[in-house]
Design a protein around this ligand. Sequence first.
Ligand code: COA
Length: 332
Amino acid sequence: MKGVGVGEKVYAALRSVGAYTPQRCVSNKELETQIDTSDEWITRRTGIKTRYFATAEQKSSDLGIEAAKVALQRAKMLPSDIDLVIVGTLAPDFIAMPSTACIIASALGIHDRPAFDISAACSGFIYLLSVAKAYIESGMAKNILIVGAEKVSSVLNPQDRGTYILFGDGAGAAIISATQDKELSILNVHISADGQYQDYLMTPRSEINKKEIMQCMSMKGNEVFKIAVHKLADEVKHILEECNMGPKDIQYFVPHQANYRIIKAVGDLLNFDSSQIVLTVDKFGNTSAASIPMAINMLYENNQLKRGSRLLLDALGGGLTWGSAILHFDGE
Ligand code: COA
């Protein structure tokens, strides 16, 4: 990896974003024909109206490659400019190896550079930001491609109405680059985890007919809901205090898009105005590590993101893992 000039104080900045949404849109009405649920129940309990599912042939890497191409093009960068590729996914192409990051890097023409995956489920994008920030501030990299690539449908049990209705597939990518301008940088990232809650949200392996191994998500929905509101509210309060900021100092609050009621509860507890809160959960459902970059991408494509726009992020996911970040957009 390339080094940065010795002795210069370097910060990490969000240079560009990109996203990819699979073509097939699945409405709540369509789910009504498959499982015992209703559009009314899903809308009222989650805020979700539609989600997108990848094809049988598409893997998480395929989604991630498309998102990464957009991020590279918007940053006006070539694959050879990238020093490191990191991918957050709960649905890697292969269980053990190769990593989804290796597959994405190679498809983009990024060779002879480090590439690895992070397993932090829905908190994946915040974990990616924290690693990218550390690599850049330590001078170990100048330009890092981070990707949340999630074919979540591949780990869903279509018979389980408690989880099947909540999730969707998608990918979001970002380029994180070195800058000397602190005002345009990633100011603070906080990540945490507690494995004592591992069985709240997991993908256990089970044997079917002593032949096939199935790996499907199981979730204690009520417990996750309660802990999410409590942990995320604490998390956001803490990171704002650390940065000596309040809700009014934030332009866009981009929470992980799991459930509208979780987002609203945290927003209300911390006195955010609804106009500050970015919502995509109605359209995409929960796309795990892709949800935050997909939401930032929506802001970008709606022309709402300007150089210097200040964002607050939060997420909680399987593990349990959670985290938050305060950062600026440093792109065009
Ligand atoms: N359609 C219709 N009814 C459903 C249903 C569905 N898809 N899923 C559950 N129900 C039923 C339950 O069986 C229960 O019926 P009962 O009262 O007759 O027993 C009733 O609805 C209430 O179930 P409950 O689990 O208490 O609902 P809830 O209000 O907690 O909503 C979740 C369920 C999953 C939407 C909610 O708990 C949640 O969003 N949790 C957090 C999940 C999450 O975000 N995970 C990812 C974190 S990254």
